[in-house]
Design a protein around this ligand. Structure first.
Ligand SMILES: NC(=O)c1ccc[n+]([C@@H]2O[C@H](COP(=O)([O-])OP(=O)(O)OC[C@H]3O[C@@H](n4cnc5c(N)ncnc54)[C@H](OP(=O)(O)O)[C@@H]3O)[C@@H](O)[C@H]2O)c1
Length: 261
């Protein structure tokens, strides 16, 4: 039998993992892959919905003792404080944290085609979930990353958040919020290295992935460039597994290549 490949560089035994935004799309695919992975001791997948039913409840039933769903809304400070408290109560020592929460469209929110479509409340919503939420998540879990073990904090960004690569324009709020996330978590990565020299913070672009988030905008995407959520999860786990503390603070695509800030 082949030994299980480690999920993160330097992993010694089964680890605790946290996946935020795990009720659908890429987050759910990652949660399913991690729940079935022998290198995971405990998985804490989160959703805004209480996990009495739905995909995370099913995952917990399929993997008793491994999967422990939690409720988390990144836009709510009490909810973030509750996450820290519940992880402490569980004596969790997370070595893998993946933030998959993101917002591109929803009720009253459409990516802007032009400046004229820009709205104050849409900008605020996009920033709340895509920029402020991820760095406050980092704040909530940072005390739990002080262990002397290797750790990865990865957050899903997007190539359209690249300022250097912005050739098409449009999507003001989402682009700017992802760019803000990049700067906020790049700054966190420097502090993280002092908290835990074996830790690494990554900003990851998953490619274009067939989920609710991208569905209204898939028309112009070639089929071979549109990944399933399971394929995207596999790509992201491979990038995470290859990362070392020397990669701390990088903005990387699904294929391991750097993206311009
Ligand atoms: N799909 C793509 O082509 C693509 C491309 C580039 C980047 N990305 C990024 O990849 C990430 C995952 O996207 P996806 O395609 O899997 O999207 P998705 O299917 O829409 O999933 C987004 C997740 O975000 C969670 N979420 C939304 N608001 C939240 C909040 N306030 N607090 C906590 N969680 C919240 C949702 O969970 P609940 O509703 O259960 O709380 C949901 O599970 C996002 O950051 C997205 O920007 C996606």
């Amino acid at each position: 039998m082949h030994p299980t490949p480690p999920l993160i560089t330097g992993q010694q035994g089964p680890l605790d993992a946290l996946v935020v935004g795990a009720s659908g799309g890429i987050g759910l695919a990652l949660a399913r892959a991690l729940a079935a992975h022998p290198g995971v001791a405990r998985l804490f997948p989160t959703s805004r919905q209480a996990p009495a039913s739905g995909p995370l409840a099913d995952l917990a039933t399929d993997h008793p003792g491994v999967v422990h769903p939690l409720t988390l809304d990144l836009t709510d400070d009490d909810s973030l404080a509750g996450l820290t408290q519940r992880l402490r109560e569980a004596q969790a020592r997370p070595q893998l944290v993946i933030n998959c929460a993101g917002l591109l469209h929803g009720p009253g929110l459409r990516p802007e085609k032009s400046l004229a479509a820009l709205r104050r409340d849409a900008l605020a919503q996009a920033f709340a979930v895509n920029a402020i939420g991820p760095v406050l998540l980092a704040q909530a879990v940072a005390p739990l990353l002080r262990h002397r073990l290797p750790a990865v904090f990865a957050s899903l960004s997007a190539r359209v958040g690249s300022i250097g690569d912005n050739r098409l324009g449009g999507w003001y709020a989402y682009r700017a919020a992802k760019a803000a996330q990049n700067q906020l978590l790049k700054t966190f990565s420097i502090e993280l290295q002092r908290l835990n020299p074996q830790a690494c913070c990554l900003l990851l672009h998953p490619g274009t992935v067939d989920t609710e988030l991208s569905r209204p905008f898939q028309g112009s995407v070639a089929r071979e460039r549109l990944f399933s959520a399971d394929t995207a999860a596999g790509h992201l786990l491979a990038v995470i597994a290859a990362a070392t503390p020397a990669d701390n603070g990088r903005f990387i695509a699904w294929d391991g290549r750097d993206i311009a800030w």
